[in-house]
Design a protein around this ligand. Structure first.
Ligand code: APR
Length: 235
């Protein structure tokens, strides 16, 4: 039976594709304070600003492409059972070919009803005031904003994937946003853990000791190293 790999990713895995990370730029995200664009309060205060912000993010997705890291992660499926659990709202893992991706914080290319959160629709273009669900309520971005609860089924399946993992690759996340950042803490002590991040040495990690491999590099170079290590060590 093939070994199980959990890939836990954050904004850093998409950085080389040209998607900005959240915490690397003076607390601003694409020139906006997070409180102004990514909270329920922001939505209640200024719907147009929030819609415009996510419309820009969605448009940006059409201009960016998966990078070598996304592609290497997708390639792992040739030899392993791979679960990707991502905090990212872009679709670059899927476009690289990953088939099992859990988006803990939602997806840019989906929108949902403001009156019934189970009414979720695929969405390619801009979302505007007046765009409504089948019940007649305004649609909003399908994004988990600060202060909102994560999908409990997704959290559970991510925890299961972590508990069962033989190998865990944490890539491009500051591990600062909970509960998402809890996920890798569910891996077992004997799981091999690879941590790819230019700031890998500064992160709060789930396990310590000989099974932990810190790779303080960008995602693409780091993934190359992991793939080589797995091959050379017959994993
Ligand atoms: N390759 C790998 N890692 C990188 C790269 C790169 N090229 N560039 C930056 N990084 C690392 C940074 O060192 C940092 O540790 O990526 C991490 C990005 O951290 P954050 O910006 O905090 O992003 P993330 O951990 O995904 O944020 C979690 O917070 O704002 C919310 O909901 C949003 O999903 C997001 C969550």
């Amino acid at each position: 039976m093939s070994k199980r790999i959990l890939v836990f990713s954050g904004a850093g895995v998409s950085a080389e594709s040209g998607v900005k990370t959240f915490r690397d730029y003076d607390g601003l995200w694409e020139n906006h304070r997070i409180e102004d664009v990514a909270t329920p309060e922001a939505w209640n205060r200024n719907q147009k600003l929030v819609l415009d912000f996510y419309n820009q993010r969605r448009r940006q997705l059409n201009e960016v492409f998966p990078n070598e890291a996304h592609i290497a992660i997708a390639g792992l499926e040739k030899n392993y059972h791979v679960d990707v659990v991502t905090q990212n709202v872009d679709d670059l893992h899927e476009r690289a070919g990953s088939t099992k991706v859990v988006h803990l914080h939602g997806e840019l290319k989906k929108v949902r009803s403001t009156s019934d959160k189970s009414l979720i629709y695929n969405w390619e273009g801009d979302l505007n005031a007046g765009d409504k669900c089948e019940l007649g309520s305004q649609l909003r971005p399908h994004i988990v904003w600060f202060g909102e609860a994560l999908n409990q089924d997704f959290l559970l399946s991510a925890k299961n994937a972590a508990e069962q993992a033989d190998i865990c690759i944490i890539v491009g996340t500051s591990l600062l946003v909970f509960p998402a950042a809890e996920i890798p803490f569910y891996i077992q002590q004997n799981c091999k853990l690879f941590v790819i991040d230019p700031k890998a040495n500064e992160l709060n990690l789930p396990i310590k000791g000989k099974n932990v491999f810190l790779i303080p590099k960008k995602a693409s170079a780091g993934m190359k190293e992991v793939v080589e290590w797995l091959r050379e060590n017959g994993q």
